[in-house]
Ligand binder design. Structure first.
Ligand code: BDR
Ligand code: CA
Length: 332
């Protein structure tokens, strides 16, 4: 069975990725071994509070969870309340709670168990992964499956004309990861992830399918904020859910097109901060360090997410489980 660590910055689309992974965990398709958070959409502690809440609304309170580093390796932290709401979950709010900080110990423990089956998915800035490479080089070198959401290759950025958010927030971390990675990193960049769009009709189908799962009652308020943001940006009343698609790609749930490339990220120039470049022609004279995913079956991605929603509905479906659903709502 695949074991998964997700390092994320929830974040509305990160939250959808968590909902997806929680369903796979419930059905026994994966073991969600740890959830850690980076500073990005909001601060790392708030991201951990959000992740804990989303998982609880999905009936998963036992997953190891910790906040990662409080900010990028070099630059000071920029967050994006205009995109994900004041606390990162749109118009919803996660209740405050204590947050652990032993994120790298969780990663070390998982790596020590084995790495052939361990999938690390990063859907926020790459700060923790880059720091992990520096703090625990031996453990880092044992990683076999790394998938990240980030970058924009010959494609307009969403933060500057050429840079995508996750790479822009901590470009030094992104550059560091690509320079040291022990295996080609699977990269889901904007040209791919912007294709994964949820609109109000798709949201309604998800909420209806989730049925008694407590997260169903929260999704509307989360997504309304994300719809409004995309609308203000001229995309329409819909939401691009980058991180959900990335989690699906990471676990091999979709048919994809991909190619090998050597990826690098500009860190220090003010103009080009966070800009990612892929070389497929050998200009850099460096080995390929990435598998760049250029296409995915988006219809399949929607069907797969609905299937995950069904898993949640079943998990909360029996009479005992309905009580569990009520308890989860009452506690939070
Ligand atoms: C990325 O930026 C964040 O706002 C999203 O959560 C996603 O990971 C898209 O550029
Ligand atoms: Ca994210």
């Amino acid at each position: 069975m695949k074991r998964v660590i997700i390092d994320c910055d929830p974040g509305i689309d990160d939250s959808l990725a968590l909902i997806y992974l929680a369903a796979l965990h419930h059905e026994g398709a994966i073991e969600l071994e740890a959830v850690t958070t980076s500073a990005g959409n909001v601060g790392a502690e708030q991201c951990a509070i959000n992740a804990a809440w989303v998982l609880a609304q999905c009936g998963l309170r036992t997953v190891s969870l910790a906040a990662g580093l409080p900010g990028p390796l070099v630059y000071s932290l920029t967050t994006t309340p205009e995109t994900h709401g004041p606390t990162g979950v749109g118009y919803a709010t996660a209740p405050d709670r204590h947050v652990e900080h032993d994120w790298d110990a969780l990663w070390c423990d998982a790596i020590e168990r084995s790495t052939e089956d361990l999938h690390l998915i990063v859907t926020g800035p790459l700060t923790n992964l880059a720091a992990f490479a520096q703090l625990h080089p031996g453990h880092f070198a044992r990683l076999r499956h790394i998938t990240v959401m980030g970058g924009a290759f010959f494609y307009p950025g969403n933060t500057t004309p050429s840079a995508e958010w996750n790479f822009w927030v901590d470009p030094h971390a992104a550059a560091e990861v690509f320079s040291r990675t022990p295996v080609p990193v699977t990269v889901c960049s904007l040209g791919l992830t912007e294709q994964m769009v949820i609109d109000p009709a798709a949201l309604r189908r998800c909420v209806d399918t989730l049925g008694p799962a407590p997260i169903a009652a929260e999704l509307g308020e989360m997504m309304r904020f994300y719809f409004e943001f995309h609308d203000e940006m001229g995309e329409g009343y819909l939401a691009q859910v980058h991180d959900l698609l990335t989690a699906q790609v990471a676990l091999g749930a979709l048919r994809v097109d991909a190619h090998a490339a050597t990826v690098d990220v500009e860190a220090d120039s003010e103009l080009m901060r966070g800009t990612s470049v892929e070389d497929t022609r050998g200009f850099f004279e460096r080995e390929a360090n990435a598998v760049v995913v250029t296409g995915a079956d988006i219809e399949q991605a929607h069907r797969e997410f609905l299937r995950a929603c069904e898993v949640h509905a079943k998990f909360f479906g029996g009479s005992r489980d309905l009580e569990r659903a009520r308890d989860a709502r009452a506690e939070d």
